[in-house]
Design a binder for this molecule. Structure first.
Ligand SMILES: NC(=O)c1ccc[n+]([C@@H]2O[C@H](COP(=O)([O-])OP(=O)(O)OC[C@H]3O[C@@H](n4cnc5c(N)ncnc54)[C@H](O)[C@@H]3O)[C@@H](O)[C@H]2O)c1
Length: 262
């Protein structure tokens, strides 16, 4: 089934990095967009206005903190009030913290699990009924290669991203009868602020400059030793919302320079 014209899109964590690129791609393609992320309200309003001016589509923002169920409910309420029920939900917001498991602080474990995994569950649970009613919907979960394979020092991140792939598969099966698909995108390294602390740590530990540290980080895992552009992830999300993707569901799609082919 073709999507309805003007289906609103909610992209969590769309004030930066991959989410921002997804929001640009969706607005450019004519979707009304609900932006979301941790910005000061005035900064958020400026960003939403820039989207409306650039793309001529309805665009609003919520700055709800989605690290709790209440925060997720706030985001759902903000979105419904601003644009109505979204037909596309992109669960993209995510955070990172690295340490060996035996030293991993409990508050970082909770923070990563709640933002990277539980928020996707709460938002999907609350928004699926209206997608089912309209018999068209798309859930795209931005997981990671760390939803498919592991790396040291990423206990919470790997647990959350593997969990997100599992959640995606369940949502795909439960909604296969009504035009709603659910897929996970699994990027390797992407050029965004999220990876900067890891690059800085390698530079500090190895006493090398940032460019050398960036090359070392990416080359250690990816046969194509090049970070993916956020716009490339956005292009895949747009494809998953398009007419040719109607039978793609329950997939976990790597965009990783060959990382998981090894
Ligand atoms: N950058 C990479 O190399 C890479 C690789 C694989 C997967 N990912 C995943 O892609 C997604 C986006 O990552 P990115 O690199 O663009 O990150 P980023 O740091 O550039 O952006 C993160 C976004 O999430 C929002 N956010 C964080 N905590 C929040 C909270 N508690 N409540 C509301 N919003 C919150 C931020 O405001 C921001 O908009 C994440 O899920 C990340 O795990 C990133």
């Amino acid at each position: 089934m073709q999507r309805e014209q003007q289906s609103p899109v909610l992209v969590t964590g769309s004030t930066s990095g991959i989410g921002l690129a997804i929001a640009h791609a969706m607005a450019k393609a004519g979707y009304p967009v609900m932006l979301h992320g941790l910005l000061w309200p005035e900064e958020g309003e400026t960003l939403a206005r820039e989207f409306r001016d650039s793309y001529g589509v309805p665009c609003r923002i919520s700055t709800a903190d989605i690290s709790t169920e209440t925060g997720c409910a706030q985001l759902v309420a903000d979105t419904r009030e601003a644009l109505g029920n979204p037909a596309v939900l992109v669960n993209n917001a995510g955070v990172q913290f690295t340490a060996n498991a035996c030293e991993f602080p409990a508050e970082q474990w909770q923070r990563i699990l709640s933002i990277n995994l539980s928020a996707a569950f709460y938002l999907s649970r609350d928004l699926l009924p209206s997608m089912r009613d309209r018999r068209w919907g798309r859930i795209v979960n931005i997981s990671s290669v760390h939803g498919l394979v592991a790396s040291e020092q990423k206990a919470a991140y790997c647990a959350a991203k593997h969990g997100l792939v599992g959640l995606t598969r369940v949502l795909a099966l439960e909604n296969a009868d009504c035009g709603v698909t659910a897929n996970a995108v699994c990027p390797g390294w992407v050029e965004t602020p999220l990876i900067e602390p890891q690059i800085e740590k390698i530079a500090r530990d190895g006493n090398i400059d940032l460019e050398a540290a960036r090359a070392r980080l990416i080359g250690a895992k990816q046969p194509i030793a090049k970070a993916t552009r956020p716009e490339a992830i956005a292009g895949l999300v747009l494809y998953l919302c398009g007419e040719y993707a109607e039978t793609i569901t329950g997939a976990a799609l790597p965009v990783d320079g060959g990382w998981t082919a090894q």
